[in-house]
Design a protein around this ligand. Structure first.
Ligand code: AHG
Ligand code: MN
Ligand code: MN
Length: 333
């Protein structure tokens, strides 16, 4: 039947009883917003979208113009369809309610509109990450509490990576599937069925400038990798750090390895660097669905009980055997 599009894939999932029409619409709308973000990202300086917005977000981080643009695109695209009860974004402090003149649905959508924004102005890959939860808090307006569900409750999760091509990677709990944007046709084409994290690996991703701040288990693990053929692992490892979680995790998903933003002395007070609800949880669901593992070092990420919307956590994810080793080093103390 020729090329399968994201729309066709989602209709098949609906027919198989894995998703309902509202969740199908939700994913279609997110994918449509991703196309619009992709256009803005790729125009760069031509559209005047580079540089600082001149504002700070809830985390006290300077917003880039594209952070603000991507956030607006996602909020506006998702407000009117009737599939959502509310939204939450890295760029918005409070829960974003659906305007009263639109119908409301049963899902909660969370997103990091633009991940890796420090890379925008240097023309390196950035992304979008999203997570979908059920709203089980009744008819009233959802509150922050409505969102505070562990990641294992996610009904869908995904990301888009704006790289040499724009790729949309999705799970609805039935494996991980990738779709490449055909820019001429304006549609996502099903190019990566049932993606799995290769178990044999010789690559790791960590910001090594934080080395002196790491905890002993992480110091030990990385030191062993760096000793290569001469160390206990008996083979050489390579290192990569894009500093866009989406790009780093996408590489791990594609060719194996481990991605870490562990707890360290610099981020201890905040609980970690990466955000639980719209970075760690959706990526953990994707990686687990692809046969990998995701942990804080002390707990499975998808089991972490959130206590606030913009909570941060340590993240260690990728090939299962490597993640298990890091967890074991934490247990050994
Ligand atoms: P965001 O741009 O959404 O704030 O996320 C940036 C995150 C993540 O994408 C990346 O892995 C990490 O920050 C990079 O941190 P360092 O600059 O400390 O390496
Ligand atoms: Mn991010
Ligand atoms: Mn971001």
């Amino acid at each position: 039947m020729g090329r399968v599009t994201l729309t066709q894939y989602l209709i098949e999932q609906q027919r198989a009883g894995r998703i309902n029409p509202d969740l199908r619409l939700l994913i279609e709308v997110v994918a449509r917003a991703v196309k619009a973000i992709s256009v803005n990202v790729s125009k760069g300086a031509l559209a005047g979208v580079l540089g600082e917005a001149g504002t700070d977000n809830v985390q006290g981080e300077a917003q880039k113009k594209l952070d603000v643009i991507a956030n607006e695109i996602l909020l506006q695209a998702n407000e009117w369809g009737g599939h959502l009860a509310a939204m939450a974004s890295e760029e918005v402090e409070e829960v974003h309610q659906i305007p009263f003149d639109y119908p409301k649905g049963g899902y909660l959508l969370l997103f990091d509109p633009l991940d890796g924004s420090s890379n925008i102005d240097v023309n390196i890959s950035v992304g979008t990450i999203f997570s979908v939860l059920r709203n089980s808090s009744g008819d009233g307006e959802p509150t922050e509490q409505s969102f505070l569900q562990p990641g294992r409750e996610q009904v869908a999760a995904g990301y888009a990576v704006y790289g040499p091509s724009t790729l949309f990677v999705l799970t609805v709990g039935n494996g991980v599937h990738g779709f490449t944007l055909d820019r001429e046709m304006g549609s996502f084409v099903y190019t990566h069925p049932f993606m799995t994290v290769p178990s044999e690996t010789h690559e790791y991703a960590i910001n090594a400038s934080n080395m002196r701040h790491w905890e002993p288990p992480v110091q030990r693990y990385i030191a062993e990798l760096q000793q290569g053929v001469l160390g206990p692992r008996g083979k050489d490892f390579n290192m990569r750090w894009v500093a866009s979680m989406v790009a780093d995790v996408h590489r791990v998903l594609t060719r194996g390895g481990i991605f870490m933003y562990p707890l360290d002395e610099k981020c201890r007070a905040a609980g970690g660097k990466l955000r639980l609800m719209y970075e760690a949880n959706p990526m953990a669901m994707i990686i687990e669905q692809a046969g990998g593992a995701a942990s804080t070092g002390r707990e499975r990420i998808l089991d972490v009980q959130p206590h606030k919307l913009h909570q941060r956590v340590p993240v260690i994810l990728g090939s299962a055997s490597e993640v298990e080793r890091v967890v074991a080093y934490h247990q050994e103390g």
